[in-house]
Design a protein. Sequence first.
Lengths: 792, 263
Amino acid sequence: MNHVANPTGIGASVKRVEDLRFVRGKGRYTDDIRLHGETHAYIIRSPHAHAKIAKIDTSRAAAAAGVVMVITAADLAKLGGLPCGWLIHSKDGSPMKEPKHPVLAEGKVRHVGDSVAVVVAETLAAARDAAELIEVDYEPLPAVIDMSKAAAGPALHEASPNNQCFDWHIGDEAAVKDAFAKAAHVTKLELINNRLAPNAIEPRAYIADFIQATGETTLYTSNQNPHVIRLLAGAFVFQMPEHKLRVIAPDVGGGFGSKIYHYAEEAIVIWAAGQIGRPVRWTSDRSEAFISDAQGRDHKTVVELALDKDGKFIGLRADTLANVGAYLSTFASVVPTILHATLLAGNYTTPAIYCNVKAIFTNTVPVDAYRGAGRPEATYLLERVIDLAAIETKRDPAELRRINFIAPSQFPYQTPVALQYDTGNYGRTLDMALAAAKYKDFPTRRAEAKARGKLRGIGIANYIEACGIAPSAVAGALGGRAGGYESGAIRVNPTGSVTVMTGSHSHGQGHETTFAQIVSDKLGIPFDQVDVVHGDTARTPFGMGTYGSRSIAVGGSALIKAMDKIIAKGKQIAAHLLEVSDQDVVFENGAFTVAGTDRKKTIGEVAFQAYVPHNFPHDKLEPGLEEQAFYDPKNFTFPAGTYICEVEIDPDTGVTKVVDFTAADDFGRIINPMIVEGQVQGGLAQGIGQALLEHCIYGADGQLLTGSFMDYAMPRADDLPMFKISTTDTPTPCTHNPLGVKGCGEAGAIGSPVALINAVVNALSEFGVKHIDMPATPQAVWRAIQTAKSKT
Amino acid sequence: MYEFDYTRPSSVADAAKARGDDSSYLAGGMTLLPTLKQRLARPDKLVDLSGLAELKGISVAGGTLTIGAMTCHADVANSADVKKAIPALAVLASGIGDPQVRNRGTIGGSIANADPSADYPAAVVALNATIHTNKRQLAGEQFFKGLFETALEPGEIVVKVSFPIPKRAGYCKFPNPASRYAVVGVMVADTASGVRVGVTGAGPCAFRAKDMEAALAKNFSADAIANVAMPAKGLNTDLHATAEYRAHLVGVMAKRAIAAALG
Ligand SMILES: Cc1cc2nc3c(=O)[nH]c(=O)nc-3n(C[C@H](O)[C@H](O)[C@H](O)COP(=O)(O)OP(=O)(O)OC[C@H]3O[C@@H](n4cnc5c(N)ncnc54)[C@H](O)[C@@H]3O)c2cc1C
């Protein structure tokens, strides 16, 4: 590391400044905010998965004590639906079916938890009491739950008689067919990617405050991208002038994607506050979160891999059913398509790839991006089918992967599914992981476990991720309805401290620390002289927020651009003060120096002159030292790595214990190794949760059977091993952004589920088990063993 | 929650008197309060039992361990008396829920509630405990009647539970991966009145596994029950375990409980 010089610069594991308030309980979340005269909204939700609403009688509720107003869909006739941010076209060229997603159900409910009516009252208790007085006559319809039977079920939306949202494809179908025709071996696998509930520790919460005097509404929201919400709510739902809506996302306790989207409850509080001229608040409880937060994954896939006689992958075909739930959530359409199928080359040179994705409406909670968003699904099916191919062709799973790697000399590498990888060294992370996991010695550990009556297995997975959807023009051509840039502004204050304003948002990632490190590093000023402002449309330039591991790669790059402008201007001011020409001034270690001399002006001195411009080049420059930049990336970034998981299975009970987990990631350049390791740990925990524990299960009638923590199993500390994470070694920096960074937020959740399932299948190899679906619960593993035993 | 009255009497007699037909006793509140918050129950009054001295304390006398109904799980788990007299009971209590639940939830509340997957019922049955109420004494084996159903009459208060100290006992539980209640929990006890096997989690309420008891009476070892199958018929099926899997787990947990009893 060449940055030890600055103890708070790039590469230093600076402790997270935000933790001072978080660990002391001093964070300020939306629900902590109290406004004068506020009222409480309570949502009446559908108990049915699919039903016509014959009648709603709110008269008794409206008359109840403490009630301020009761709202039904009829009141919201002028509002638009909640918009979808990405237009996908089916393979026949037709646009996806995009039925209206109303704020409150219009004549029909489409999932358990669908919002039907709202009571706004003086207290939450009064609102709940009154809600019980609302009579809704439902005429239940059969529920559409199973994707493969959806076409035969009653239509959720008139616009889509067969309950299909789109039928999209990518790749060269004919080339893939040819490849399979000449394959020496074909491996085929059917699998599911289990549906997950995001379960951020802070449930969603919103407060809207309407100021009559100015006509301005402020929305406090537990959200990942306040400007996007302002755009979606302002322009699409309310058609209100954007400058009259201020959106503040204060401290946010986790999002994992589920807080990207514009939700009905946001629109409800905005509308109600405007009607009654008083603040309106709503905070989800955990039970509501299970039936109203957009859920993740839920794919059903058939995948086939064609290999030649040497084990080279020559073709890949995947056929996926993707559940989008009852309505299209904000980014529901891009997740199973652009963010999924374009990743199917993985780390390999497979020359022909074809993927068909049918998105299906069902009577379940909408499905949208959840940590990894499409990329875990792609990684899962690819690395599962490769593992099975290794078994079938009797090859070592590590070596089969290695002989198919894209070699370092092949970059930039154009995949057959649209993406162009700029850089990578997959053999390197594989070697790192194999060494750290002591892969060669595994047979000894397996034998030792066997002596204890345990089945030990090892599983390998490579992953590649695409972060920071970009560039904007390409995203637009693919159907994106938003940009892929990020904004950043640098304000050097008159006394030399710096305020950073970013359009990015931190909800656990530690931006207040890492972004300050970038500034400390570049401007050569102490870290504690830098404050990072985010999450307020009134205080930051228009930005796209945080999701898809984009913040450092896109938002960090915007800061670099803004600081370049600060330095350029500072040089001119310094040159004036030092009475030399601009070209003679260099900026280093926080000072503008006349090259080759010790004559210099610190950035503080320059800033002071900028704001008290008594001796200032007024003929050339404006006073002040504040610059803004927007950065639109040239390409995605492509973090990649290798994960190795080791499990021990208790054959008597079917319990799988993760006994070892190694992660070797190539995130490019690393700003704060400690924070990056924390991000990987969190991702691994979620990935292990998906593979072993978590599952949203709907009954045939559309009731969510795992609607609380009594039945929905979240990973806990004792479900996890000590992780071995090597992130400080960065084989290949990103080639196209100024920091060389790639992004690290989702990797852990992308690469870990499949490494774990590969390990479980490996542990069960003596029974001839070829596959087990996630989550590999004790019962599922036990049953797989029993079934295998009964066959022999 | 709906509105309710609240009272905290200081004698058992006052508590019984304070409770009307629609009132509830409040112990640790770990089960009752979530029910109220979700508006699934609407008592007119909560009669808080925390002021009743008779319901507190742990004592050992005459070969019997007695635990007051209001004793929380953490106190049972950490009690030197319990660890010495019936270590398996301390192990059981230490595996209930999480630290918050163990520091609020009580033995009286647990058995009065008779959740099919609660841990204590296995011990009540296996150790042949006696439930002392404000009216009478009930034999542990006859206490659990069905799903959330006990022999308690409306308004009857559990005052204490006494456990005859066994020669040896072991408890082993297969926790639900989500809630960590018992999918199956088995206590095996070698007692003065013979070997007793108490099973919780598997059926509508705790029961004795008599076939296993018979085998263990002859030979107190895990091998003795290797071929004693638990029938799946009548056992619970839910998302986490079918009756068949539960039946299998009863055998596995029983063997592990025996191993624990043998130390
Ligand atoms: C997150 C969580 C995890 C848990 N995990 C487990 C677990 O792993 N294993 C397990 O066994 N339990 C578990 N529990 C339940 C826990 O043990 C509770 O404490 C227990 O079920 C009820 O005890 P309580 O003292 O909280 O009773 P309360 O909730 O106060 O009362 C429960 C019921 O019993 C009645 N009652 C209480 N005391 C008496 C009395 N003395 N006489 C007559 N009636 C009475 C009340 O009126 C009420 O109807 C868990 C609970 C939670 C919230």
